[in-house]
Design a protein around this ligand. Structure first.
Ligand code: ADP
Length: 244
């Protein structure tokens, strides 16, 4: 398949596409000729990005079946690539209330489960599709900072891996994007974590989108956008030490 054909005229859905990594992915996919559905809880942000990339905006909460349904309706038929990208950086330490734990699990894990449940039957019938979960380096290596964030992102990686081993041999490609310290609103809002980011490994969302684009050319499961994360993961995978 030529570079040009990878996403040209394909339907790509990006949840959390109104800001940060999702917006950069939406722009990259549109620039490569995809038809893009931009979903976001922040409807105005979704509208802005959709207008910019000539796509369709869908406001709504992707952690509900209704929100997922609206995204799939907007795709009008087939979804070729689903970027399960919406996420929240809620919660902090041991005193984090249950409500914040629930939000982290709902948005960072169950939203992906709901989307996959809606997509997979069609993909099994139609010969396949691609499901890319925006997890985090915090889904591979426990980081200081928010407990619900690290725990929910570990679960997001585990769910993506389960999808991959379960459906990978049936034409469904699943990938887990594990960036670290991307310069987005989430990093700005993270306070303690942002201040702990002592070494300069932060990436711009556009750099992450470039790595995502490269990863669409193959089926490797983990997408690690920063070489330092790659090295760290290779040498320390399986250990539970805090990273920072
Ligand atoms: P990052 O790009 O680093 O993951 P951002 O905070 O910049 O972080 O982007 C996350 C996006 O996900 C935001 O635009 C936010 O509105 C969106 N989002 C968060 N929760 C939901 C949700 N439940 N449904 C849809 N979009 C959501």
């Amino acid at each position: 398949m030529s570079e040009q054909d990878l996403v040209r005229d394909r339907c790509v859905v990006v949840t959390g596409g109104g800001n940060g990594i999702g917006r950069a992915i939406a722009r990259k996919m549109a620039a490569q000729g995809a038809r893009v559905v931009v979903g976001d809880l922040d409807s105005a942000a979704a509208e802005r990005v959709a207008a910019e990339v000539g796509g369709v905006a869908v406001g709504g909460d992707v952690s509900t079946d209704e929100g997922v349904g609206r995204l799939l309706s907007a795709a009008a038929g087939r979804v070729d690539i689903f970027f399960a990208n919406a996420g929240v950086g809620v919660g902090k330490g041991i005193d984090t209330p249950d409500a914040d734990w629930h939000t982290a699990i709902e948005v960072n894990v169950l939203a992906h489960v709901r989307a996959a449940r809606a997509l997979i039957p069609d993909w099994l019938e139609s010969g396949g599709g691609r499901f890319v979960v925006t997890a985090s380096a915090a889904g591979l290596l426990t980081m200081l900072g928010s407990a619900p964030y690290s725990v929910s992102k570990h679960a997001a990686v585990a769910f993506a891996e389960w999808l991959s081993v379960t459906y990978g041999h049936r034409g469904i490609t699943v990938q887990a994007l594990c960036p670290q310290g991307v310069r987005t609103k989430m990093l700005d809002d993270s306070g303690e974590f942002r201040d702990l980011l002592s070494h300069d490994v932060a990436l711009e969302p556009e750099q992450v989108a470039e790595v995502v684009w490269e990863a669409l050319h193959d089926d490797r499961f983990l997408i690690l956008p920063h070489p330092e994360v790659q090295r760290y993961y290779e040498t320390r995978a399986g250990r539970t030490d805090a990273w920072l």
